[in-house]
Ligand binder design. Structure first.
Ligand code: MN
Ligand code: MN
Ligand code: ZN
Length: 277
């Protein structure tokens, strides 16, 4: 299962066409404009067409990414309220479309500390999953470690998982964010140490999906700057070693680097396939 973040411009179901056109077997979408708070409900017809295309595609797993504005870790009441509402609604959108995984950013505790941030994110997940009868699983994405951000350290991911009462919660590891937050991935030994630590602290079985991005920033730079596969600081051999860590290649793997055209997207698909075990 290899794919990209694809556009839903024009119609949601076009995500399948766009993915298939570049040889992808999974994808990630935004179900709505990620830079706005406001959104419209998905028309029933669009849901039907989306589900029909899913069936024809044979895609085993598809992903949605949470919009950018919500801050689920926020200690501020008004931000907390609107952010939680956004998550509740996004889970419902995923449920109706049959999207398997909803990847969320964990946000910023705005200086109130990790304990506060972790508790807020967990409570938001509990609320959203309690309001959902569907099959969507929320995936916590590890962060690059910018100031006050929650979830760069595996311990923080584990603390949230432990506080969420439902089973429908897991982790999506972003390789760029791992590297930027100080987990080396540039050699077989480094990958074994970094992913081994994830296994120790969180448990490898909680890993449900991968964001495969190279990094513009140096190891530990805390910079969330994605680079094309093989062209960044992790490099081709590091990405290869990561994909060869036992079990990684069985997860849906999504590249999130913006590519200039379809030819570039096809090329990155081929590159990643060539690096698989
Ligand atoms: Mn993300
Ligand atoms: Mn990501
Ligand atoms: Zn990123």
């Amino acid at each position: 299962m290899i794919g990209l973040h694809v556009s839903i411009a024009g119609s949601m179901d076009l995500a399948f066409d766009r993915a298939e056109a570049i040889g992808a077997t999974t994808f990630q979408i935004f179900t709505r404009n990620p830079n706005q708070w406001k959104f419209k409900p998905i028309p029933d017809e669009a849901v039907t067409v989306f589900r029909e295309k899913r069936k024809k595609s044979g895609f085993r797993k598809i992903l949605d990414h949470m919009p950018y504005l919500p801050n689920l870790a926020s200690p501020e009441k008004s931000t907390m309220k609107i952010s939680r509402y956004s998550l509740v609604e996004e889970v419902k959108r995923c449920d109706s479309l049959g999207v398997d995984y909803l990847v969320i950013h964990l946000g910023s505790h705005l200086g109130k500390g990790t304990a506060v941030g972790v508790a807020n994110v967990a409570e938001a997940c509990n609320e959203a999953l309690a309001g959902s009868a569907g099959g969507t699983t929320i995936l916590l994405e590890n962060m690059a470690g910018q100031k006050n951000s929650v979830g760069a350290r595996f311990e923080e991911l584990e603390m949230i998982l432990a506080r969420v009462k439902q089973e429908r919660v897991g982790v999506c590891l972003d390789t760029c964010h791992m590297y930027a937050s100080g987990f080396d991935l540039t050699s077989k030994e480094a990958v074994a140490t970094s992913v081994g630590l994830f296994d120790e602290v969180v448990g490898f079985d909680r890993l449900k999906a991968v964001h495969l991005n190279d990094s513009k920033g140096e190891l530990g730079s805390k910079l969330d700057r994605h680079e094309n596969i093989g062209e960044g600081k992790i490099g081709r051999s590091g990405i290869r070693e990561f994909l060869h860590f036992p079990g990684v290649a069985e997860r849906p793997i999504i590249m999130e680097t913006p590519y200039k055209d379809e030819a570039a997207e096809r090329k990155t698909m081929r590159t990643v396939r060539s690096l698989l075990p």
